[in-house]
Design a protein around this ligand. Structure first.
Ligand code: BGC
Length: 739
């Protein structure tokens, strides 16, 4: 147990957990409380402060993402908001010395295909948030990755609605098991960072329902988040936070969502329109152009432009989140509590171990034998740590940041630094191979790296690529001449392993020359240990890609980043005119998502395009066989089969069930089920999947519902998208499912 030091917090006063149960009728309690609030109180609870910029600083306000003062006379709690999904964030160390457990990238979590791990990860973060006095976590990022260059790809759960929805839902459930609120975000189709606060994403309703909305729908059903965060951008011409169709029609009416819609920070653009369209709370008001839900809302209610009933509804919804999660009955402590960081670190390590993906392993180079005498590690600061993604999710991890590089310009420069967590692969590999001389070289000089590799029995090259919120990456190639270094090392030593610390796919021009590649993503604060365990076989790799790795940028639906060239031109003009950063750019690119619901692997499979590595791919140190397929139809599609570990070591496999579904246009392969199974050598397990009809249906906007057409449906069991290890078909009856 290591107690945290949080100088900014007040002395310890731990309120005893109230005896009241959390699950009493949240609807009735929330409505009764909202009715007791005065008009002034109701107007106060619907907007929050951004502490770093706040002029009013109540004594209990600490630097974090958000603060909404409570109403003590009614026992309504102050909302103390923090980011989020990868651990309790502390960007640019705004709370000096306040560390937290840093999980790997959410992509790694998704790659584990392990819902239980998602739950435990969420529960861990929620426990730390609570111990640090936060009661709202801005977690639950579930935007589908439509483009391989997305800056926040690492914060999301990949490209598939079923996988993303399940993992986000479980993680939210875990967070909220601590009687605090989690959000799900960013609602919805918030697909790129470039011009993220002005771009306009266009898509038709059916396609949106079958892709991004479906991920949110599943996450909300599973996780029951207290709040939904609406996104920055426009969708079909309307800002996400004043989009009547998305907020009122889809979320609140069709899905029956009872919690509250909070804005992203700086995403509000109006008072009357937003309030009537379904926005319930303005977050971080200092970041918006105006205090839209403050005085202007009071005036609008007086004038009848927003009804008093709607104002009460906004509060009732916030209170539903506060009551249904148990937050109201079990208030968070008023000062920081000790945290068992050692126990939490093991969750971070497990996530890194289960989420790393063995992409290639020719001639069984891995696992590494412990007989090598000289091992050289090259690149990515592998002597001191592992890379983290940047932005609001940035955790100041236990152990600190051995490297932090400030940005000199760009949208992320005010709140992101290129940061490494203190988990040294060099130290971990030395501990794993005590017989060997293990050295490190920075790899900046390809010739020097090649010479060192030649003199060694084994070379492990670490490749890195930093991604951050607020900026997309302009190239899928590894930066800073790393491809040349990797190619030179591989040419010098055939026993070369590449370990990638990236927040998404990268191009691998050297792949043909490198026998083994481990995708470690941003592996979190125990990443070094996890990488060593995986390379040496102490842990058998089991991750599967949650997104497609394209062979070249041109394979993706959009080869270039919409709006980037115009943004750069505008920035250059501002620089020349001396107004850079002072004048807002007037750029609002309209971006059509012509691929519709064919996101990621669906896009590749639809047109028969062969990626570098497909969705779902991942190798193991053992092998698995599938057999005994049964595909049954009738009211629901059911697929069952046996998985056998046919190798010599224990391992986990994630067989994936795909169905060729959708009758509108060209049918597409969709992931309709998966199960992660851990098997001893020789062991067989039967896996059964009952397919949620929404995943094989077409959404029909005219009939407002999901339509499963009667007919024959092929069900496939595969190791990755496009693989057909087993295939059967079954006949399904026609079915209509409400939205
Ligand atoms: C991000 C959100 C985050 C919020 C508060 C925004 O810029 O888009 O994901 O929760 O800031 O930090």
């Amino acid at each position: 147990m290591r107690p945290i030091t949080l100088a900014l917090l007040l002395p310890l006063v731990f309120p005893l957990a109230a005896a009241a149960q959390d699950t009493t009728d949240a609807d009735a309690r929330a409505a009764a409380l909202a009715a007791k609030m005065s008009r002034e109180e109701q107007l106060r609870y619907v907007h929050g402060y951004f502490p770093p910029m706040s002029k009013d600083r109540p004594a209990d306000m600490i630097p974090s993402a958000g603060y909404v003062p409570g109403i003590p006379r009614l026992g309504i709690p102050t909302l103390r908001e923090s980011d989020a999904s990868l651990g309790v964030a502390n960007q640019i160390e705004q709370r000096k010395g306040d560390v937290a457990t840093a999980l790997p990238a959410s992509l790694a979590l998704a790659a584990s295909f392990d819902p239980d791990l998602a739950y435990r990860s969420g529960a861990m973060i929620g426990a730390e948030a609570r111990a640090k006095t936060f009661n709202v976590l801005l977690a639950g990022g579930v935007n589908l990755t439509r483009d391989p260059w997305g800056g926040r790809t690492f914060e999301y759960l990949g490209e598939d609605p079923l996988l993303s929805g399940i993992m986000a839902g479980e993680s939210i459930r875990g967070v909220q098991s601590n009687h605090i609120v989690s959000t799900v975000k960013h609602y919805v189709l918030n697909p790129q960072e470039t011009l993220r606060t002005t771009m306009d994403a266009r898509i038709d309703e059916a396609a949106l329902r079958e892709s991004d909305l479906l991920a949110f729908e599943v996450a909300i059903e599973r996780g029951q988040p207290g709040s939904v965060m609406c996104a920055y951008n426009k969708i079909d011409g309307d800002w996400a936070c004043e989009n009547d169709f998305l907020l009122n029609t889809v979320l609140k009416r069709d899905w029956g969502y009872k919690g509250w819609v909070m804005s992203d920070w700086g995403a509000v653009h109006s008072t009357v329109k937003a309030a009537n369209a379904g926005l319930d709370q303005q977050s971080g008001r200092e970041l918006d152009k105006a205090m839209y839900l403050g005085k202007p809302l009071a005036d609008a209610v007086t004038k009848g432009e927003v009804s008093a009933a709607r104002l009460a509804d906004m509060n009732r919804r916030i209170l539903w989140g506060v009551v249904s999660t148990g937050l109201i009955d079990r208030p968070v402590p008023t000062s920081a509590q000790p945290i068992d960081y050692a126990a939490h670190a093991s969750v971070a390590q497990e996530a890194a171990e289960k989420g790393s993906v063995l992409l290639k392993n020719e001639r069984n180079l891995l696992p590494l034998a412990r007989t090598a005498k000289r091992i050289v590690l090259i690149g990515a600061h592998a002597d001191v740590g592992v890379l983290s993604g940047g932005g609001s999710s940035q955790v100041r991890s236990v152990g600190g940041a051995p490297i932090e590089i400030p940005l000199t310009e760009g949208a992320a420069s005010s709140f992101a630094r290129v940061t490494w967590h203190a988990s040294s692969p060099l130290a971990a590999i030395r501990a794993m191979a005590p017989q060997a001389e293990v050295t490190y070289l920075d790899g900046r000089d390809p010739a020097a790296a090649a010479a060192a590799a030649k003199a060694a029995d084994l070379a492990i090259v670490f490749g890195w690529q930093w991604r951050t919120e607020a900026q997309d990456i302009e190239t899928l190639s590894l930066p800073e001449n790393q491809d040349a270094t990797i190619a030179a090392v591989a040419a010098a030593n055939p026993r070369t392993v590449v370990v990638l610390e990236t927040g998404g796919p990268v191009l691998m021009p050297w792949l043909g020359k490198v026998p083994a590649v481990l995708q470690a993503w941003y592996p979190g604060q125990k990443g070094g240990e996890a990488i060593a365990n995986l390379l040496f076989g102490a842990v058998n790799p089991s991750g599967r890609l949650p997104m497609t790795f394209p062979a070249d940028a041109g394979q993706a639906p959009r080869a270039t980043i919409p709006g980037l060239a115009a943004m750069k031109a505008a920035d250059a003009a501002q620089k020349a005119g001396g107004t850079y950063g002072m004048v807002e750019r007037d750029l609002s690119p309209v971006v059509p998502y012509a691929e519709g619901a064919a996101v990621g692997y669906r896009w590749f499979l639809r047109d028969g395009v062969r990626p570098l590595f497909p969705f779902g791919h991942g190798l193991s140190y053992t092998s698995f066989r599938y057999g005994g397929l049964r595909v049954e139809g009738g009211a629901a599609l059911r697929v069952s089969f046996d998985v056998t570990n046919t190798g010599k070591v224990a391992g986990a496999d994630t067989p994936q069930v795909y169905a060729l579904a959708g009758r509108r246009g060209k049918p597409t392969q969709r992931l309709v089920g998966f199960e992660r199974v851990t098997l001893a050598p020789g062991e067989t397990r039967r896996v059964s999947v009952t397919v949620d009809p929404r995943f094989i249906a077409d959404y029909d906007p005219a009939r407002r519902g999901w339509q499963v057409a009667a007919g024959r449906y092929p069900g496939t069991v595969g190791r990755f998208a496009g693989d057909a290890a087993l295939t059967g078909t079954a006949t399904l009856a026609a079915q209509t499912v409400k939205p």
